[in-house]
Design a protein around this ligand. Sequence first.
Ligand SMILES: Nc1ncnc2c1ncn2[C@@H]1O[C@H](COP(=O)(O)OP(=O)(O)OP(=O)(O)O)[C@@H](O)[C@H]1O
Ligand SMILES: [Mg+2]
Length: 341
Amino acid sequence: MMGNVYGLDLGTYEIKVYDKKKDKLWQEKNAIAMKNKRYIFALGDEAYRMNEKAPEDIEVIFPMKNGVIAHFDDMQYLLGSLLDRERRFSWGAEYVIAVPTDVTEVEKKAFFDLFFHSEAKARSVRIVERGLADAVGSGIDVLGEKGIFVANFGGGTTELSVLSSGGMVLNRLLKTGGEDFDNAIAGLVRHNQDFLIGRTTAERLRKEFGVFDESTGSAITVYGRDLVTGVPSQTEVSISLVRAAMKDPLEECVHAIQSMIDRTPPDVRRVILKRGICLTGGMANLKGLSTYIREITGLPVRTLEHPELSAVRGLRRIISDKSYYKRLTYSMLGEDYRWLR
Ligand SMILES: Nc1ncnc2c1ncn2[C@@H]1O[C@H](COP(=O)(O)OP(=O)(O)OP(=O)(O)O)[C@@H](O)[C@H]1O
Ligand SMILES: [Mg+2]
């Protein structure tokens, strides 16, 4: 019997998987909850929910950091367990993995090795540049189109790709993602109000307030720890404080978009200026983000539904379409491997 084929987009925040046999997409948070630093207590979404809520002997760890694998063994264990949970006997499967382009060869190879050197005995492991998968998943004719700009706003990174005729022209991975926006919010609340909030609370504030519109004056009550008294308590955080905290990371991302467009070869740039930017990644859900980018860059901006699933939707298409598979995937073994195709 032929083994299954899996498409994987391994994100800092969430793992997205396409299972070919079931023709199904699923996602789980990229998190592990450890008890007493030794025992695995919970995995995926369940582990993420424990963050900041669990008793002190439970610690939630995140195997990836800013788009790359920070804890290889944990990542391998988490993936193996999640895949096993979905379907037992996944031995001999083929894995097609979307990876960031602008990382070191060692970081890139680690994605490959997760499956190649694992107990799962992979039948084959193929790599796709994530920017390409993202564009395919956004419904773009990646092989034919002469100028594509994809900006993937993720949980731990912002990845910018300029593509043309099925190839990567320019790529940059900024180590700034949703998590950094949340840290900035938590940092400013701490500084201005002597109040400690966690990452999930900051995330809630960011999602609620968004980045761009005229609304002022609203505030949200959050729970955390009062740093003056030292006791758990609640406080109000205003929209203006949240917006102020997000200003720097937001500007960094938008400037990077502008400077990449400036560096794009003229014939490719001409097409991009007409077609605009395609926004993907979970942060593309952020209220006002596409309007903000459109205002600043003056370019048309397009966001699809569930932009966080764009790359894994692309993997699904690449796995089922022979010409995409042949042109866009490669192995990292031996002479097959060419950097930046
Ligand atoms: N509705 C929403 N509004 C605002 N932000 C959102 C929304 N939904 C998801 N996000 C944010 O999107 C981010 C996750 O996006 P995504 O799943 O694309 O990241 P990832 O692929 O795991 O990370 P990366 O690609 O950077 O390694 C999180 O920071 C999350 O808070
Ligand atoms: Mg991602």
